[in-house]
Design a protein around this ligand. Structure first.
Ligand SMILES: Nc1nc2c(ncn2[C@@H]2O[C@H](COP(=O)(O)OP(=O)(O)OP(=O)(O)O)[C@@H](O)[C@H]2O)c(=O)[nH]1
Ligand SMILES: [Mg+2]
Length: 453
């Protein structure tokens, strides 16, 4: 049975702790928790809203999911907890997480209120947070797709994820199965290929179910292969668009029709499906204790790699929540605002400050932003009803923020707001310029939709 305290109690702990040691940032603010690993799911919540305890001022519309994946003990749950403040279990041994945790994380962007010079209650000093879903899955070990470790079913938790943050233990202090070893003993580069392989094999195993029959039907009934593939891969969250892109790339290297593909063709095709449907970014985590050489080698990879310290981010979020400091996620510094901190707490915060100022932040917010804005090509747009005052009908300034794919139009936005508004769409007004909008939306656009409905 998990005896974890609620964050509120953790904050009390933070305020009163006199035992804080400089090298144990989190331990100084967290109570000791005991875990019965035979009680699966005790640390999890299937309801994002329920698991969410503390939130910055933000929007509630969610259109996006990021999955946190990687081997056990790499810091996925610490990353998740630091981004969502959900009350979940973290521990220094493999398979702490059993059932996936779902929670609400945020991308950070500049609120248009600063340019428009209006008072806005939906941001923090001009920093706007837009809600997305985060999913923290059980650690994956080699051959997870065959059921090793916690098994294949756990890969299925990544189905909704549109992008994956691969949380790597850059310190090299855990082996490929997540068991603690000396720092630097394990090469974190070995962890990259293994996750790619497991995801590919997971997709391949779903693709192969009924493939003989399906591929023959594509041939015999002249079906659209992208539709058939996407339908087959609903369990892995592959869209028709992504299946089409993978088929087109596969067509460049393999001229055979689908019913003639052999096992190796299917695996190569599944690899392309993975690349299209689960783009990946790497969080080089535990950067606070990682040998510099490891970070450098990871950053040289052909991936977006962001050094992170999930533990430092969690400590800062907790300290901010408790009133000890003022910290906005993504900032590269913070301010101590409480006069009641112990020497040990001040030393711990000084140590975090040294690290975050040298790293330009803890990397957590940067990682989420890069996943959403760079890999998924999203922009943020702000629909309003009163384009003169930038408000909704009730007078709330810039009430909503929508994540949209780059290249989306105002008509797409109308559909995202409501199907009826999309159906009745006439045109849109750019509230910044007070004129009719061009075709494509731009990041930061404030938009009034004119619709017959
Ligand atoms: N030094 C340091 N330790 C970290 C960091 N992030 C996580 N840890 C520690 O790494 C251990 C594992 O963290 P978890 O978040 O439980 O790891 P996980 O990947 O969710 O593990 P499983 O659920 O078992 O797959 C814990 O002892 C954390 O305190 C970090 O950025 N720096
Ligand atoms: Mg975990």
């Amino acid at each position: 049975m998990v005896s974890g305290l609620k964050n509120r109690e953790i904050f009390v702990d933070w305020n009163s702790a006199g035992t804080c040691s400089g090298d144990l940032w989190i331990k100084s603010v967290e109570p000791v928790q005991s875990v019965d690993k035979n009680q699966p799911g005790t640390t999890s919540s299937s309801n994002p809203a329920a698991s969410y305890i503390s939130e910055p001022i933000t929007d509630t519309i969610m259109s996006m999911s990021i999955g946190l994946a990687g081997k056990p003990n790499s810091g996925k749950s610490t990353f998740f907890k630091s981004a969502t403040l959900a009350d979940i279990e973290i521990a220094n041994y493999p398979f702490t997480t059993i059932d996936a945790n779902h929670g609400i994380a945020y991308v950070r962007t500049k609120c248009p209120c600063t340019d428009l010079d209006v008072a806005c209650a939906n941001c923090q000093n001009g920093v706007r947070f837009v809600a997305i879903e985060a999913i923290d899955v059980a650690g994956l070990v080699p051959d997870a797709h065959k059921g090793r470790g916690l098994g294949n079913a756990f890969l299925d938790n990544l189905r909704q994820a549109q992008v994956i943050i691969h949380v790597v233990d850059a310190s090299g202090g855990t082996d490929i199965e997540g068991n603690p070893v000396d720092i630097g003993e394990h090469d974190p580069l070995d962890d990259i290929g293994f996750l790619e392989y497991e995801l590919t094999m997971w997709i391949c195993s779903i693709l192969k179910r009924n493939w003989n029959r399906l591929s023959k039907r594509i041939q015999a009934e002249n079906l659209n292969p992208a539709v058939v593939v996407a339908d087959q891969l609903t369990g892995a969250g592959v869209s028709v668009y992504q299946a089409k892109a993978a088929l087109s790339r596969f067509g460049e290297v393999c001229a055979k029709p689908p019913h003639l593909w052999d096992d190796s063709d299917l695996r190569n095709f599944a690899d392309l499906l993975r690349i299209e449907s689960k783009p990946m970014i790497i969080a080089a985590n535990k950067a606070d204790i990682a040998p510099e050489e490891n970070i450098k080698r990871l950053c040289d990879l052909d991936y977006t790699v962001i050094p992170t310290s999930a533990e430092a981010e969690l400590a800062l979020r907790m300290a901010d929540k408790s009133g000890a400091i003022s910290y906005i996620p993504g900032d590269s510094d913070f301010e101590i605002v409480s006069n009641n901190l112990s020497d040990a707490q001040i030393r711990a915060l000084d140590k975090i400050r040294d690290m975050v100022t040298s790293m330009g932040g803890t990397g957590i917010q940067q990682c989420i932003n890069a996943a959403v804005f760079d890999l998924l090509d999203q922009i943020v747009v702000y629909p309003v009803e009163d384009e003169a005052r930038f408000t909704d009908k009730k007078g709330n300034v810039l009430p909503d923020a929508f994540l949209m794919r780059k290249g989306s139009t105002a008509h797409d936005l109308a559909y995202q707001i409501h199907t009826d508004i999309g159906d009745g769409f006439l045109h849109a007004v750019d509230a910044r310029q007070r004129m009719r909008m061009g075709r494509e939306l731009k990041d930061g656009d404030v938009v009034k939709i004119i619709s017959t409905r």
